[in-house]
Design a protein around this ligand. Structure first.
Ligand code: ADP
Ligand code: ADP
Ligand code: ZN
Length: 222
């Protein structure tokens, strides 16, 4: 199902574990527009051992942000691909005010505008439970949860049959660090986009399917 007429240059904002990737992948299928996940792109680069991957790995393992200029470069290139013409869903970017400013500048040059920024709100303890139980597909990056969203066949991705693994940074100590990094560096973007009149806040504590419904309803109203 591809729906027309909806303005679909979106950002999904929220702390690690809020459900950005889960919702972005569903929106991708519903609307036929690409998900741009800087985390997925960086993990693929690490796996392939590219120069980008070598540059990013230590930061990621440590639960820190990869330097702004590196991720800004990735997204700038990606937004120029023709599949972004019908819209895009940014997942995990921007994460700093500098990234958000660069994105604005970038979109202006491309003659595009952001339509909405959706902030998923989830309590810290729920985030920790989600992240410790998360399993990720090695091939396509889809996320699962051992309790909340298990795959049909244990250890295998429903979407592509790829092998599921636990990300190195999804261990409790690194999770706490990432949540601190979020509070310090990324949470200010909530006010940034509220002030720009773009913010929609969605209760991310609901079940996956309910979050999806809430989100779709929010996208369908102006
Ligand atoms: P993010 O991309 O924001 O870091 P994910 O979409 O990867 O978050 O979700 C983190 C984990 O929580 C995954 O294991 C996912 O299956 C699970 N999850 C996502 N949304 C929900 C939800 N609404 N309720 C319970 N678990 C969820
Ligand atoms: P999560 O949604 O669970 O936090 P991501 O897959 O979005 O995980 O990100 C994993 C890691 O990749 C981050 O901890 C960070 O090191 C790096 N990363 C991803 N996106 C960005 C970004 N926009 N800016 C800087 N670092 C990023
Ligand atoms: Zn997969």
């Amino acid at each position: 199902m591809v729906e027309g007429d909806l303005h679909m240059n979106l950002i999904l904002l929220g702390p690690p574990g809020a459900g950005k990737g889960t919702q972005a992948k569903m929106l991708t299928e519903t609307f036929g527009i690409p998900q741009i996940s800087t985390g997925d792109i960086l993990r693929a680069a690490v796996k392939e051992g590219t120069p980008l991957g070598k540059q990013a790995q230590a930061f990621m393992d440590d639960g820190k942000l990869v330097p702004d200029e590196v991720v800004i470069g990735i997204v700038t290139e990606r937004l120029q691909e023709p599949d972004c013409n019908q819209g895009f869903i940014l997942d995990g970017f921007p994460r700093t005010v500098a990234q958000a400013d660069a994105l604005q500048e970038n979109l202006r040059e491309l003659g595009k505008e952001l339509d909405r920024v959706i902030a998923l709100q989830v309590d810290t303890e729920a985030l920790v439970e989600r992240l410790t139980g998360r399993r990720t597909c090695k091939s396509c990056g889809r996320g699962y949860h051992v309790k909340f969203d298990p795959p049909a066949v244990e250890g295998r991705c429903d979407a592509c049959g790829g092998e599921l693994y636990q990300r190195d940074d999804d261990r409790e100590e690194t999770i706490r660090k990432r949540l601190e990094v979020y509070e310090r560096q990324t949470a200010p973007l909530i006010d940034y986009y509220r002030n720009a009149g773009l913010l929609i806040e969605v209760d991310g504590m609901q079940q996956i399917e309910e979050v999806r419904e809430t989100l779709l309803a929010a996208l369908r109203t102006e």
